[in-house]
Design a protein around this ligand. Structure first.
Ligand SMILES: N[C@@H](CCC(=O)N[C@@H](CS)C(=O)NCC(=O)O)C(=O)O
Length: 314
């Protein structure tokens, strides 16, 4: 099998979620450092327009969104499992909520002036302006990832307080007694809040939540090697996409080979165009051709992505 490549950057919380998964599963992987803001020409050559972070690449298979990346990693390296059968629903539902609602509260809270100062301290004033403009455009008309400040703080206290209560009652993990993907989705939120040092004291009242974080931190990041983006493109160009599930959900109105676009429904709504290969209740896969990456299969989770008929064939 081709190597696992993660396109990511150091300060990205969703990248940290995946880095920690690599550690938990004891995996070796390659990291490509991508820019935190547009333009991202090397990444987009692989994804066809999806710009969010991280993206996983195995040969010429490109996996968008940590919801799908986690499922694929769990199939490749089943120990420890991220989806214990006894928590099959709770782990996924909690992870989805922590990655969206709680993440919105975490970003809102940490990006208030006292936090943003630390979070953006590594950037020059011009880079800060560019970063802010990029994120305003990415959040779109709905101003996704933002909520009123008081409600963000209340949501964080409510969530950490309920988790503290649950852990004190003897349930060791977020979605039940066993480790699951939900623990990793909690982890990256806490990791992000802790980086806003002036605001991190919000966690002080929840020692059992912090204890879970500290235990998970010991997983580390696995064995990683940093490679240039050019090598990842060569890897994509030199490999054929892996055999894929050819299911198209009956009644979906789509057939294999249809020209479609796939677009996130929440933010960074950049459509990716290609030919439909798979459409199940779990995954959407499209095939696209790129001058630099060759033929690639781009995979998305089915949840939170909109599949639409495209006007022309690709
Ligand atoms: N649902 C996505 C969310 C990913 C996400 O929002 N990532 C942030 C960075 S942590 C992002 O893409 N920011 C804009 C960017 O990196 O261009 C996932 O789970 O992968």
């Amino acid at each position: 099998m081709a190597e696992i490549i993660i396109h990511q950057y150091a300060t990205s919380p969703f990248s940290e979620k995946v880095r920690l998964l690599m550690g938990a599963k004891g995996l070796s992987w390659c990291a490509v450092e991508i820019p935190p803001i547009l333009p991202k020409p090397d990444l987009v050559a692989l994804t066809g327009g999806y710009r969010r972070t991280p993206v996983m690449q195995i040969g010429s298979d490109i996996y968008c969104d940590t919801a799908l990346i986690s499922e694929v990693l769990d199939r490749l390296a089943p120990n420890p499992t991220l989806y214990p059968a006894s928590q099959a629903a709770s782990s996924r539902a909690m992870a989805a909520w922590l990655d969206s609602a709680l993440f919105t509260a975490s970003v809102t809270y940490t990006m208030q002036p006292a936090g943003a100062q630390t979070m953006l301290a590594h950037l020059t004033p011009a880079q800060i302006q560019a970063f802010i403009a990029d994120r305003i455009a990415m959040r779109g008309e709905t101003n996704a990832l933002r909520m009123p400040q008081a409600e963000a703080a209340a949501l964080l206290h409510e969530t950490f307080g309920r988790l503290q209560q649950q852990f004190a009652a003897g349930v060791q993990h977020v979605a039940g007694p066993d480790l699951s993907i939900a623990d990793f989705s909690l982890f990256h939120n806490i990791w992000f809040i802790r980086r806003a040092t002036a605001l991190a004291a919000i966690l002080d009242a929840y020692p059992l939540v912090q204890a879970l974080f500290a235990r998970m931190q010991l997983y580390g990041h696995g064995k990683l090697r940093v490679i240039p983006a050019e090598d990842a493109l060569t890897e994509a160009y030199g490999n054929d996409p892996l055999p894929h599930d050819t299911t198209i959900l009956p009644g979906s109105g789509f057939s294999a080979g249809d020209a479609v676009t796939v677009t996130p429904t929440d933010y960074a709504k950049d459509p990716v165009a290609g030919v439909l290969m798979t459409l199940t209740e779990h995954v959407v896969t499209i095939r696209r051709q790129d001058p630099r990456a060759g033929a690639v299969n781009v995979h998305f989770p089915r949840q939170n992505y909109h599949v639409q008929a495209a006007e022309q064939a690709y």
